[in-house]
Design a protein around this ligand. Structure first.
Ligand code: UN1
Length: 517
């Protein structure tokens, strides 16, 4: 079959080439508005986790030299992009959002094929990118600073937001359009240029997002994408003197490395890392509702969300009943290829991930008291790919490894408590602080939980997943470094405050000195 490349094709032709059965296109990096292969000439394959014999495409195996070119292109484009009025920059983003709407279905299908989650969820992923583009496009006509009084009579004070320059974006595979959009959209509207280094498990979704911006008329060099491993491309971004910010979403271990690598050049660093999220179920909860929330939050995206509920902290009076109800609901889940009818849980992303999750299941089984209730195995009947049965442990105690460490798979652990105070203590007794939830009808309990819980997202009578783009997304403790994606907060990450003072007295007015009559 003829090899197609992304360089000369329109977005709709690229989509067609990927969707044509048997066709395996080869794609390039996007640097300075040109589609170019890696300098090494090497490529890597993008495989379907539901069926690894299904090759979706070939992508450039890039290295430091490619990153250097991309940063250079970003620097060149920055000179003019920063001067384009923000409302004009935003218009490009509106057009990009409209293109995503137009091609949402094709993009969702391709995303399911490359990373596994079921198509209802990949539609949500593309939708989240649409929401973020429109939300940030609106910012083009706000980007508010402050006007504030001066201590001197004939002086005017205000702040504006300056872009940082060329920023580096390192994004994960579990939300391959939503998370890049959380970073690209505010970076663009604030006037930055950027180099995107997407996860190697999901190059196609990132490429499609970049194609969308190309077709929407983004000037050359503003958004560059370089495919390749973190060990070369990620490191090269972090080590490049002209990268001003590295925004990273991924594991806590890699985030620590990003933080260290960026320290000596004083880069800004925005980190969104692991989670060990919980759902608390109190004795007065609507248990049907709680079960729906638990099963969705624990097994949606096969548990591969930073926000997945991997602990269920349950009041002793409803423990046995809740457990039975969860098991019943789990039996209705259907494991399989996410594009097939009726499938509710897809594969995990690759073989290494599968082995890591199965290893955690073994660790859980070897804990003295913990009981494996249902699941716990690879399921080869679901397909040739990386399928793991949704898995429930019970009688887990708060310090067991399966209650402390991020598993990033379809595994959740029930922990019994006897009071709200104990529930919140258990919820907080971890190194992470991304998302938590409580099911209770008691407003006093709900508000006490909301006051005391240490997590960046806190849900009442709703599961740990379901963030919306106009609210800040991020976590406390080892989940982050104080930054937030999305919401108004992301504008702080992608801009710097400049305080401007205008003196209209025609004389020297000295602050702190001439302010007395
Ligand atoms: C993630 O888990 O990595 O709230 C992101 C949610 C989604 C985003 C999750 N809107 O679960």
């Amino acid at each position: 079959m003829a090899m197609a490349t992304a360089q000369s094709q329109s977005l709709s032709d690229v989509l067609k080439s990927v969707l044509t059965p048997g066709n395996v296109p080869t794609f390039n990096n996007y640097i300075g508005g040109e589609w170019v292969p890696a300098k090494s000439g090497e490529t890597f394959q993008n495989l379907n986790p539901a069926d690894p014999s299904d090759v979706i495409g070939n992508y450039p195996q890039s290295s430091e030299a490619d990153i250097k070119d991309a940063v250079e292109a970003g620097k060149k484009a920055f000179a003019t992009w920063r001067l384009m009025p923000a409302p004009r920059r935003a218009e490009i983003m509106y057009r990009a959002g409209q293109l995503l709407i137009q091609y949402k279905e094709e993009m969702s299908q391709i995303m399911t094929r490359e990373m596994g989650k079921v198509v209802a969820e990949t539609r949500g992923d593309v939708q989240e990118a649409i929401d973020m583009l429109f939300y940030m496009a609106g910012e083009g006509r706000r980007l508010w600073g402050q006007t504030t009084p001066s201590e001197l009579a004939q002086k005017f004070c205000m702040t504006v937001r300056d872009p940082l320059g060329v920023v580096g974006l390192i994004t994960p595979w579990n939300f391959p359009m939503a998370i890049p959009s959380w970073k690209i959209a505010p970076a663009l509207v604030c006037g930055n240029t950027m180099v995107l280094k997407p996860a190697s498990d999901t190059p196609m979704s990132s490429l499609l997002l970049v194609k969308v911006f190309e077709e929407a008329g983004l000037p050359k060099g503003v958004l560059n994408v370089v495919f390749g491993p973190g060990s070369t491309c990620g490191e090269a971004l972090m080590g490049h003197k002209d990268i001003k910010l590295v925004s990273f979403t991924g594991s806590t271990d890699t985030g620590r490395r990003v933080n260290e690598a960026c320290a000596s050049t004083f880069k800004h660093v925005s980190l969104e890392m692991g989670g060990k999220n919980c759902i608390i179920v109190m004795d007065d909860a609507n248990l049907e509702l709680a079960v729906d929330g638990i099963v969705w939050a624990a097994f949606g995206t096969s548990g591969q969300r930073c926000t997945a509920a991997s602990r269920v902290i349950v009041h002793k009076d409803v423990h046995a009943k809740l457990r039975d109800m969860i098991v019943e609901k789990m039996k209705t889940l259907k494991l399989g290829y996410g594009l097939n009818d009726g499938v509710t849980v897809g594969p995990v992303v690759n073989e290494k991930a599968m082995k890591g999750i199965l290893n955690y299941i073994e660790i859980g089984k070897n804990e003295d008291k913990a009981e494996l209730v249902i699941g716990g195995k690879r399921d080869e009947s679901a397909g040739p790919g990386w399928f793991i049965e949704p898995t429930l442990f019970d009688n887990v105690t708060p310090n067991m490894r399966i209650a402390q460490e991020e598993i990033f798979g379809p595994v959740t652990a029930m922990i019994e408590i006897s009071s709200l105070k104990e529930a919140v203590d258990v919820a907080n007794n971890i190194d992470f602080g991304l998302s938590t939830a409580i099911y209770t009808k008691n407003i006093n309990q709900a508000m006490t939980y909301a006051r005391d819980v240490q997590s960046g997202l806190a849900y009442i009578n709703a599961p740990t997943i379901g963030a919306e783009v106009h609210l800040p997304f991020g976590g406390m403790k080892n989940t982050g470094n104080g930054h937030r994606d999305a919401g108004q907060a992301c504008l702080e990450t992608y801009s710097e405050a400049k305080a401007i003072f205008i003196d209209y007295s025609d004389s020297l007015q000295r602050a702190q000195i001439d302010n007395e009559d």
